[in-house]
Design a protein around this ligand. Structure first.
Ligand SMILES: [Zn+2]
Length: 280
């Protein structure tokens, strides 16, 4: 596990510092069919999952991986539809979910995100900033179908949205929910994330009526696993708080987060100090 964590952390660093690295090879991707008109373009660990809703008038896409995954991803999409991508919804500002925006916009795709996510992209001078933004709730209608967008509150960042497909009872969560030991909860405090708010935000998302879940990273799963993840967000805060009360050091808390919750260096780097401040 340690080696995997190290590997994952090294890969994830490119999520936050992609511009300073040479362009990596596109990740190996696979197509997962949820229903005849709803698919996931999946890869191991990073970048994030992409969900596509197919209609007779175009495609609604959720997230679009890194910029260097764009051609690969679009080639795969072309095997299931000849329609253009009309809308891409970024679940948040990180480059492994919004890196395809510039290419998408050049192809005529409208980029949709929360206004908070857009502000982060502006701050970071990211290319492909959103064309349309929302505060809390929006509907995207296309070809008689709908994708519903909700921003419930802070979690992984302060601009995360979930995308709900009511006809399919499917929820694409972005990194508000990640599934698997190699993709633990990442609290991006610099991006407005919050351990405390995260549980509340998940509680609101869990009130929607859905069965299948496309996590930000990890395999397609179900609502019960998302509920488990919600409980883990509580355990992380409780165990950290107890250790602070018992006088444990920062290093001891870091060790606990590594051992119990699979946090890698990146998760500690981004989340540990903010977590300690927040739970006290
Ligand atoms: Zn992220």
């Amino acid at each position: 596990m340690k080696t995997l964590c190290k590997f994952f952390s090294a890969v994830l660093i490119t999520v936050f510092a992609s511009s300073s690295y040479a362009q990596p090879e596109p990740s190996a991707i696979e197509l997962i069919k949820i229903e005849d008109d709803l698919y996931v373009i999946h890869n191991p660990a990073v970048p994030g999952n992409v969900t596509v809703l197919l209609t007779d008038e175009g495609v609604i896409m959720v997230d679009n991986k890194f910029a260097w995954d764009y051609d690969n991803m679009m080639d795969m999409l072309a095997t299931i539809t000849d329609q253009p991508v009309k809308y891409v919804i970024n679940t948040h500002y990180h480059g492994d979910h919004s890196g395809g925006n510039e290419r998408a916009q050049a192809d005529g795709t409208v980029v949709v995100a929360s206004e908070n996510a857009r502000l982060k992209m502006v701050d970071a001078n990211q290319g492909g900033q959103p064309d349309v933004t929302l505060d809390e709730h929006a509907f995207v209608h296309l070809g008689g179908k709908v994708a519903e967008i909700f921003r419930f509150g802070r979690s992984h960042t302060d601009g995360d949205v979930v995308v709900y497909f009511p006809e399919h009872r499917v929820l694409a969560t972005g990194d508000m929910f990640t599934y698997g030991d190699d993709v633990p909860q990442l609290i991006d405090y610099a991006g407005g994330g919050s351990a405390r708010a995260w549980t509340r935000t998940l509680d609101q998302a869990l009130m929607l009526d859905f069965g299948t879940v496309v996590p930000g990273h990890g395999p397609v799963t179900n609502k019960a696993e998302m509920e488990n993840f919600r409980d883990v967000t509580v355990q992380i805060r409780r165990m950290t708080r107890e250790m602070i009360a018992a006088g444990s050091s920062r290093d001891e808390i870091a060790e606990m987060l590594r051992n119990e919750f699979h946090w890698a260096e990146l998760h500690l780097d981004r989340g540990l100090d903010g977590l300690i401040v927040e739970v006290q």
